[in-house]
Design a protein around this ligand. Structure first.
Ligand code: HEM
Length: 451
């Protein structure tokens, strides 16, 4: 809409060339008056801020928090939270949707703020979901007049523009939640309660990183936003995938049985020995990417590519949906984990020219704005998928479960399965006992995160 050039990249080769190789000019974000000026002013929202010095400081801070060593130090609480999720699935299988969503929020709450979100209904988990739902819904196309394409619309008085009042309310809600979480971390540290959380580290490094309280509070809040719904969506899609392909699920269960037997459920150290399960994760990311159309990048300088002139200001999307359904993928609409065993990219072509810079998945985006939390997300995904697959039988309650993206998925900012009718039952009494005992054994881990 309006005088805007938009380019959609439907092949990994174009993404490699433009986002990865020419990242210096393809890494900004489009204007977002509502997100960047009204709700998160002062360049505080790392996902939305334009490329430049402000983004670089935020990105550097986040990368230091999310490096392999730091992320892997969160494994004990990830494992404990996953163990709780298995326990909840035993007790209340029909509540699976909320148990999975609680898990993904609780893991980030503890990693980022060193706090527990023990129940889906706990005030913090609820408050985070509420703030996030409000924020993403106002940013959806059509939710407000097109103030970025037609900047004059920004000057309509608030009396005639209800979206302005809504944006103000969202700012107030987000601001008070993010500041409260940051202040609680400060108070806990002052009392000597230290968990090694990301927020503790950002606060400690404040003299070095130069971030003021506003940026610190938002960094924490935005990591929560970026990491919770996304992880839950992929875990739920995994369930749909294996329901649609029971043979793949049986294969993943055999792999886990060979490794763990029935005496214990899988743990982090097992994950490198589960190639089939890893193929299931990569296939889920391919099959149902959470941002199917990609998150927009903005070109900041005129460029030429394959005979086309791309003017500065062009918005460019890496369309994960199409890239993951290229003809290189046999039966691309189907959930077939084996494709990632034959070839690490999952494609049919065995010898390809110049695979350097090709990514195994485009679900995490590409280039300099690529997801900063991929390692954290993959640890969470693998751990939960491993435990679920080891301990439960899963099938659709209806003979033909709906996995269609048009009917079985929400089409919000994060593309996610709607609730579906599923049977989740422990594979045996032994599996049940193991999960129950393992949950009890995790109490000491939770204790560190409780007030
Ligand atoms: C399955 C889970 C996840 C998926 C599929 C996902 C996907 C994405 C995508 C598509 C982008 C935009 C990339 C681009 O513009 O090219 C992104 C950005 C980002 N993600 Fe994730 N994400 C996930 C989990 C996480 C987690 C757990 C965290 C951290 C706690 C995180 C932190 C971020 C941040 C900070 C950015 C902004 C990067 C920037 O603009 O510089 N994500 N993610």
């Amino acid at each position: 809409m309006g005088p805007q050039n938009v380019v959609i990249l439907n092949s990994w080769k174009h993404v490699r060339e433009l986002f990865d190789r020419r990242g210096a000019i393809y890494s900004s974000r489009p204007e977002n008056h509502i997100g960047n000026d009204l709700i998160c002013p002062g360049q505080t929202h790392i996902l939305l801020v334009p490329y430049g010095a402000g983004w670089r400081v935020l990105r550097k801070t986040v990368q230091a928090l999310l490096n392999v060593k730091a992320v892997d130090s969160m494994v004990p609480i990830q494992n404990a939270e996953a163990t709780q999720t298995m326990y909840q699935l035993l007790r209340d299988p029909d509540g699976y949707y909320d148990h999975i969503r609680r898990y993904s929020t609780a893991v980030i709450l503890s990693s980022v703020f060193g706090q527990r979100g023990a129940e889906f209904n706990s005030p913090k988990v609820r408050a985070l979901y509420h703030a996030q739902d409000q924020f993403t819904s106002i940013l959806e196309p059509g939710a407000t007049p097109p103030v970025d394409a037609f900047p004059l619309l920004r000057y309509i008085p608030q009396f005639f523009a209800s979206w302005k009042a809504k944006a103000k309310a969202i700012r107030a809600e987000q601001h008070s939640l993010y500041f409260a979480l940051m202040e609680e971390t400060k108070t806990r540290v002052a009392k000597g309660i230290v968990t090694g959380s990301f927020m503790e580290r950002i606060l400690k490094d404040q003299p070095k990183n130069g971030l003021d309280d506003e940026h610190v509070a938002y960094l924490g809040g935005i990591l929560m936003e970026a990491g919770s719904d996304t992880t839950a969506s992929i875990l739920l899609s995994y369930m749909l995938g294996i329901i649609s392909n029971p043979a793949a699920f049986a294969e993943a269960q055999s792999e886990l049985d060979r490794l763990c037997g029935t005496g214990r459920s899988p743990v982090f150290d097992d994950l490198d020995n589960l190639p089939y399960l890893r193929a299931c994760m990569t296939e889920t990311l391919r099959w149902r990417p959470v941002a199917p159309g990609g998150i927009p990048h903005l070109l900041i300088q005129d460029d030429n590519y394959e005979g086309y002139h791309l003017p500065k200001g062009t918005i460019v999307f890496a369309n994960a949906w199409s890239i993951h359904r290229d003809q290189e993928y046999r039966s691309g609409d189907e959930f077939i984990p084996e494709r990632f065993l034959n070839n690490k990219f999952g494609s049919q072509v065995s010898k390809e020219e110049g695979n350097d810079y090709r990514r195994v998945t485009y679900s995490f985006g590409a280039g300099r704005r690529v997801c900063a939390g991929q390692r954290l997300a993959e640890n969470s995904l693998m751990l939960n998928m491993a435990k679920i697959t080891w301990g439960f039988d899963i099938s659709g309650k209806d003979r033909d479960i709906d996995t269609d993206v048009k009917t079985a998925y929400t089409d919000g900012f994060v593309f996610s399965p709607k609730r579906f009718a599923v049977n989740i039952t422990p594979r045996s009494e032994r599996h049940r006992e193991v999960f129950e005992a393992e949950f009890q054994a995790q109490r000491h881990v939770f204790a560190r995160y409780e007030d």
